[in-house]
Design a protein around this ligand. Structure first.
Ligand code: 5GP
Ligand code: MG
Length: 177
């Protein structure tokens, strides 16, 4: 049991198991994209650790990675908030893109990112997420590569945070209720 901020968390998934799931995703990608160029779009902040370990297990010669963040800013028109992807330095047009997410919960975040990626007319878009919560996911976007399905409880560690804390933890912890 550990304390993070005002909450208590208990050990949920050990690093070894997380790394095995990451490796499995890498093997699937190595197989599916053999001989093809590929551009990973890693969604910060939560995906940094997943991205690092995944890429160490990717053996494709033509793999690139970009790190993005999403932000919504107040538009000058009455349209209100406009989403944008920050940090993308390469054109996605005609590319094979694999979006890397740490976790998909309701899917709202993924839906926004997917649409922003789609606007740039890539050839293919695939989605890889380390964790997903099947009980709450309510979008139709296909999750092509899923590391682990978990129950609908809040987790931290391995890049995922609680109020900014806990990203450094090697293992994954679950909120104690
Ligand atoms: P969604 O938009 O799919 O509901 O939620 C996705 C985002 O919410 C993730 O990118 C992540 O930032 C955050 N999130 C969802 N579930 C969890 C969780 O269990 N733990 C942490 N640390 N973040 C979560
Ligand atoms: Mg995230």
């Amino acid at each position: 049991m550990i304390d993070i901020g005002d909450k208590k968390f208990s050990l949920f998934i050990e690093e070894e198991k997380v790394l095995a799931a990451v490796k499995t995703i890498a093997e699937q990608l190595n197989r599916d994209f053999k001989g093809k160029p590929l551009l990973f779009v890693s969604v910060l902040n939560g995906s940094f650790m997943f991205t690092a370990d995944l890429l160490k297990n990717i053996n494709l010669n033509n793999a690139e990675v970009e790190f993005v963040k999403t932000s919504s800013y107040e538009g000058v028109s009455s349209a209100g908030n406009v989403d944008q992807l920050i940090g993308l330095n390469r054109s996605l047009t005609g590319r094979n893109v694999v979006i890397l997410e740490d976790i998909v919960d309701t899917g709202n975040t993924l839906d926004r990112i997917y649409k922003l990626v789609q606007q740039q007319n890539p050839d293919k878009i695939k989605v890889a997420t380390l964790f997903m919560k099947p009980d709450v996911y309510k979008k139709n976007i296909r999750l092509d590569y899923v590391g682990m399905e978990i129950e609908n409880k809040f987790i931290v560690g391995y890049g995922l945070d609680y109020n900014g804390w806990g990203r450094n933890l090697k293992d994954v912890y679950q909120l104690k209720e």
